[in-house]
Design a protein around this ligand. Structure first.
Ligand code: PLP
Length: 377
């Protein structure tokens, strides 16, 4: 066998020995597990209105977008989705990318100039980290949610700074101190980029996310990104902000320009998801209620549990192997939970990562919590 293939095999076995092997789990359409692992917070991915809007657009446009956004890939569905997103998020303009990952890469690159320093939260998602790396700007990583550390990094930045954070963090579910971060940015003439991926649909007025919840929609020195792949039940990413930012991305954003557009049917489904999400206050109350229940049940059982502000809950496992065994034991009992291990955790802790999906029956959710407690290593 060629050397490089043997080398890859060796590295895989080292990862396996360290408990860091990853495996794809195939699910079929009839899969009946209780889902505490996906990001379909409001259970919209299979909602009849989402399915029917998607099917109708599929019938009209066919499957693929046939080209990049600047060539043949911008359809009426994309334009309407951008209008709806700008309206919901409270910004003059919004631009849809084919994923949240690409939206983050594009947004960060657009905000960086030759003299820019990026100041990033230590718990920032991989797509934000990669955005910082690709931008080639000097990046200072500060301890998680530490306003004092953000402030001193801003004060030390020689040129203009860009602060990068999530609103609801994707691993522990806690909310960043957005108002304080924004005030610090305004003071230092820095720009705050907030990834609202896990907050869109989950918190804020009409589910408009963490930035809107903080009263910062449309504020100066602020840019928002989000994904449509979570509470909106679809796929795709968005950057929202002032018109010139969107114009800049259309003219220069490589992850926008050199990428085939989101399929029009997905854009149509995402719009239907957004329309449902606006009116889902009752589901949001239920989501918050279930999150509190999970924290109480798992905390009472003696586990170290995060203090979530959204629908993500993290439960510490003793180590990577135990986390894998715990998740597998839950799966064997019909409960899907996330299993996060380094390098996918910001603090080297392995954990189960649970997400609340209000599409799951409440009785099943309660049963799933019992299973998690019973199957603990
Ligand atoms: C915080 C955060 N930002 C961005 C993304 C990327 O979004 P997408 O899956 O649409 O690429 C994710 C997860 O997928 C995420 O958790």
């Amino acid at each position: 066998m060629a050397d490089w293939v043997a080398g890859l095999r060796r590295r895989a076995s080292l990862r396996a020995r360290a408990g860091l092997s990853r495996n794809l789990r195939v699910r079929d359409a009839t899969d009946a597990v209780i889902d505490l692992a996906g990001n379909d917070y409001l259970g919209l991915a299979r909602h009849p209105a989402v399915v029917s809007a998607t099917t109708e657009a599929l019938r009209q446009y066919g499957l693929g977008a046939t080209g990049s956004r600047l060539v043949r890939g911008t359809t009426t569905e994309h334009a309407l989705l951008e209008r709806d997103l700008a309206d919901l998020l409270g910004w003059p303009a919004a631009l849809v990318f084919s994923s949240g990952y690409l939206a983050n890469l594009g947004a960060i690159r657009a905000l960086v100039r030759a003299d820019t320093t990026i100041v990033s939260d230590a718990h920032a998602h991989a797509s934000l980290i990669d955005g910082c790396r690709l931008s080639r700007a000097e990046t200072v990583v500060v301890p998680h949610a530490s306003i004092a550390e953000f402030r001193s990094a801003l004060a030390a930045a020689p040129g203009r700074a860009v602060v990068v954070t999530e609103s609801i963090f994707s691993v522990d579910g806690d909310l960043a101190p957005l108002r304080e971060l924004h005030a610090a940015c305004v003071e230092h003439d820095a720009i705050l980029l907030v990834d609202d991926a896990h907050a869109l649909g989950v918190i804020g007025p009409r589910g408009a996310g963490g930035v809107a919840a903080a009263g910062l929609a449309g504020a100066a020195n602020l840019v928002v990104t989000a994904t449509l792949s979570k509470a909106a039940g679809a796929s795709g990413g968005v950057v929202a902000g002032p018109e010139p930012l969107v114009k800049h991305l259309v003219d220069t954003g490589r992850t926008f320009i050199y990428d085939t557009a989101l399929p029009p049917a997905v854009a149509a489904g995402a719009r239907a998801g957004l329309a449902l999400l606006r009116d889902a206050d009752e589901a949001r109350r239920e989501l918050a209620d279930r999150t509190r229940l999970a924290v109480a049940v798992l905390g009472d059982a003696g586990f170290e549990v995060s203090r979530p502000d959204g629908g993500v809950i993290s439960v510490t496992a003793p180590g990577p192997e135990q986390a894998v065994a715990w998740a597998a034991a839950c799966a064997a009992q019909g409960v899907a939970v996330g299993c996060f291990r380094p390098p996918s955790t910001p603090d080297n802790r392995s954990r189960l990562r649970l997400t609340v999906n209000t599409g799951v029956r409440r009785v099943d959710f309660a049963h799933a919590l019992d299973v998690i407690v019973k199957e603990a290593p």
